[in-house]
Ligand binder design. Sequence first.
Ligand SMILES: *Cc1c(COP(=O)(O)O)cnc(C)c1O
Length: 336
Amino acid sequence: MHLARFPRIFLAHLPTPLERMDRLTEALGGPEIWIKRDDCTGLSTGGNKTRKLEFLMAEAKAWGADLVITQGATQSNHARQTAAFSAKLGMDCHLLLEDRTGYKEENYNHNGNVLLDVLHGATYERRGPGLDMNAEMEAVAQTFREQGRKVYTIPGGGSNTTGALGYANCALELVGQANDRDLVIDHIVHATGSTGTQAGLVTGLKALNAQIPVYGISVRAEKETQEKNVLKLAEGTADLIGCHGIVSGADIVANSDYVGDGYGIPTDAGIEAIKMFAKLEGILLDPVYSAKGAAGMIDLIRKGQYKKGERIVFLHTGGSASLFGYPSAFGVPANS
Ligand SMILES: *Cc1c(COP(=O)(O)O)cnc(C)c1O
């Protein structure tokens, strides 16, 4: 694996810190818990999509694009980071935002990531739930192309093989940090959605033969579907980096027990996780992704799946901007 072979625009603040969470570790009384701060990638409040966009936007630039189009849910962190990256490169950005929750609240629909999309100069249009959003996006791209625009489309979450290179790179970075401080990592846990993060991370770890299992906590799809989709992208990513066949089904583990009522709908366990991270570690999670990932990790520690003497790294994938779309999930303003 030699990632310098791929076009990349260096914009993320890397390496992101790898920190010990002493107070959370103490509160749970189980394994030593570390956190990889990909919420600190630096672009417009940070998050995991910035690593993927370093490779995707380099491709857009190489193609001579003047307009980038992508899609996601209303409070998409991916859309916000794409809008910010486009601004930095002087490209226009257009977003398709899917209403996956049906929430009518003003803050959900216009604050948080949506506010930041607009501040970065992106335009957007909305879509109802249940459509094939990548197909919707291609149709919109076609109308812009007919107007003479050079359009580069990015799939939801930036999750194709090019985007996943960003997380192969994260694997390299994380293993390097662990080696430098004599830290043996027993497990990596993170929230998994559009699959690029887990696919890239697993592929990178396999290419390094790091022997660290990755555990994805699903925020949307059922376990079997999620594992199948992650594996497919991991296989493609392995091919892209010249490591055909290094990833197998046994390397891909997802757990869909913490989705709750659906994508973007907060869960009680997720709200508890947000409060624990905020009050014990001074770290902000988000209700859509990282809180559900953390809730899974916390529950599995309480159930004994992860034990004293082991070291877990929680990969913080970002998302705190969406907190401002969800004040009522925290009883604000009514009970504050
Ligand atoms: C997109 C996202 C994820 C999931 O990453 P995928 O690569 O889509 O699986 C997790 N956390 C946050 C905050 C995200 O925005």
